[in-house]
Each structure stands twice: as C-alpha cells, then as structure tokens.
Design a binder for this molecule. Structure first.
Ligand code: DOR
Ligand code: ZN
Length: 347
C-alpha cells in the first residue's frame, strides 16, 4: 500500500484571496501548500486595470505570513470599458497573467462584468495576438435558463462561438461542473483547458439539498447531478493535460453564508491537498495527482513547474480544523463528508 507520495509543489489556478483582514486570515491556508495561485479580481471595486493589479499584488505580498514563499499571479477583471493597451502592457510587464471574464450578474461581485461579448471583442483580439489567456466564468445569466443548465447553455451560446471566431485565444473554462464541459474541452483541444475545483470532485447537488439545506456547499456554478461529478473525477484523474486544479476557494464569513440569501462560495484551500489525495487514492490514481495539481496548469500557462516538492503521508483519519478565524469573522472550511487520511508533511 502506498503511504507516501512526493510531488512537485502544487499551484492553485483559481483562487479568491479577498482583501484586508480576510486576506490576512486566509492567506496561510494557501501558502502552506501552494507555490503560486491565479488570484481572482472580483473585489469591490474590482481589479480592472494594470495599476489596480499592481496595488492588489502589493497588498497580498504585505499580508504574507512570515517566511512564506508564494507568488500571486494576478488577473484583470474584464469590463466593457477595458482598454486593450492597458491589458497588453499588464501582460508584457508581467503584472497580469490572465484576464477574467464574468458574465454580468453570474456570481459574487460580478455586476461590472460583461453583458455584450461584442463590446469586449477588441480586448479579446489583442489577447489572442499576444498569447494572454482568458479565464471564463462559464455560465449564462438569463433568468429564463435553469440554474442547473447555465454551464451547458454557456458552452453552446458563448464559448463555442468565441472559439470559432477567435481560435487562437487561449481559454480556461473555470470550475467546470458538467460532463458536457468535460466533453467539450476534450473535443476541442486547441488552446482550451478547464480547471476543476476540490469540492466539485466531491459533492453533488444532493449534498446541498437532500435532508436539509447546507449553505456551506452552495457555490457557483452550483454542483450538479452525481453523473457529472463522476465525469469530473474521471477527467481529473485521467492525466489529460487540459484539466488542472483551480480550487475556487472562496471564503465568506459564516454570517454571510448563513442567512436567507447567503453568499456563494466554498472555502477549501487548507484541506484541498488532503481531499485530492483521498479522491485520487480511492480512484486508484494517486500517480496522476502531480499532473493535476502541479504539472498541467503551468504547462498550459507556459510557465515552469515548481522545483520544490511536497510530501504527503497517509495515516489515521485527520483531525482538521472546521473553521478559521479571520479579522472579519469565522470562515467554515470545506468538509468533504468523509475521513481524510493524507496530510502534507511539514517541510
Ligand atoms: O461560488 C463562488 N464564489 N463562485 C464564484 O464564481 C465566485 C465566488 C466568490 O467570489 O465568492
Ligand atoms: Zn471563482
């Protein structure tokens, strides 16, 4: 039985770090295991320009725990006013790694997002020219589209037309939740990849709704049927380079989650490596964890894999913290609903 696993230090290709006291509270949960992360720009106000990204990066660096080695890879929040020249400068100067597209109204702090794809066409064309990736929140927002269908409709109505018009544009379909998305990414390999979250590998919609409502499992895109979760696990453990880890770890305080209209987001960063090792182990695919968490992402983004390694050790069920105290209030940590046996050995 394998009980030790050494892999390149992982990266998180989709992370919400927030700002202020929350940033300080959640950073250690990421820097303990991850070398780099693609940092989402959906602050209030959002991180739109190169100057915004420089300032946010400085706040992140100032909030790092003592001795932490961590590189935030910044993203710009795409708006209909975004200036292609500013985006190009941010990319060429190494200020921003990617641009994030939120359809307006799709999720937390997405009000400044995109309503009309033709309005952002000049920015997307420039990104295709310079090789800058676009990270997409892949859900339509039309009130008449059922929330469980919004990803599949997005592929048909937005992603597919975009990939036909601008095949050179590098696109990451973020936090895929459906077999439809997995199949689409597999069938359209050119400059297209997908991130998969920790929680979407573990929960289905019954976990949110059956036998009582569990707000800590509510996120966007919302978890789907079991057959979709199974398709995500298959993609993640397959070793296919187009699928890699983006936790979408998205902290909200318990009071913000536990109310009649609670926020979307699952805070998973501190337990992600333990959860993933369990999922890959149960699937008999531990040997593929490094590809998913540490190799496929950098290859798609054109970056080197990390030189450092981490070692994971299997033992008795872990007694992990249930929540983290931040200066803004307690944040509940993702509970996979089964015992976790793998821990990251202190380095
Ligand atoms: O559940 C989510 N929470 N999905 C998102 O797309 C945004 C995130 C957040 O920022 O809280
Ligand atoms: Zn997100």
């Amino acid at each position: 039985m394998t009980d030790r696993l050494t892999l390149r230090r992982p990266d998180d290709w989709h992370l919400h770090l927030r700002d202020g006291e929350m940033l300080k509270g959640v950073l250690p949960g990421t820097t303990a295991h991850f070398a780099r992360a693609i940092v989402m720009p959906n602050l209030v106000p959002p991180v739109v320009t190169a100057a915004d990204a420089v300032a946010y990066r400085e706040r992140i660096m100032a909030a790092l725990p003592e001795g932490a080695r961590f590189e935030p890879l910044m993203t710009l929040y795409l708006t209909e006013q975004t200036d292609p020249d500013d985006v190009e400068r941010a990319f060429r100067d190494g200020i921003a790694t990617a641009v994030k597209l939120y359809p307006a109204g799709a999720t937390t702090n997405s009000a400044s997002g995109v309503r009309d794809m033709t309005a952002v066409r000049p920015v997307l064309e420039r990104m295709a020219d310079i090789g800058m990736p676009l990270c997409m929140h892949g859900e339509v927002t039309n009130a008449d589209v059922d929330i469980f269908d919004r990803e599949a409709v997005f592929i048909e109505k937005v992603l597919h037309p975009l990939k036909r018009q601008l095949p050179e544009l590098k696109v990451v379909m973020e936090h895929v939740t459906t077999a439809d998305a997995v199949e689409y990414v597999r069938d359209h390999p050119k400059r297209l990849a997908a991130t998969i979250t920790t929680h979407h590998l573990i929960i289905n919609r019954n976990n949110i709704l059956a036998g009582g409502i569990r707000p800590h499992y509510y996120c966007l895109p919302v978890a789907k049927r079991e057959k979709h979760r199974v398709a995500l696990v298959e993609a993640a453990v397959s070793g296919d380079g187009r699928f890699f880890l983006g936790t979408d770890s998205a902290p909200h305080t318990d009071p913000a989650k536990l109310q009649p209209c609670g926020c979307a987001g699952v805070y998973s960063a501190p337990v992600t490596m333990s959860c993933l090792a369990e999922v890959f182990d149960v699937a008999g695919k531990l040997q593929e964890l490094e590809r998913f968490a540490s190799l496929n992402g950098p290859r798609f983004y054109g970056l080197p894999a990390n030189d450092e390694t981490i070692t994971m050790v299997k033992g008795e069920p872990l007694d992990l913290p249930k929540s983290v105290e931040t200066g803004e209030g307690p944040v509940t940590i993702f509970d996979p609903g089964f015992p976790l046996h793998w821990r990251v050995e202190d380095s």
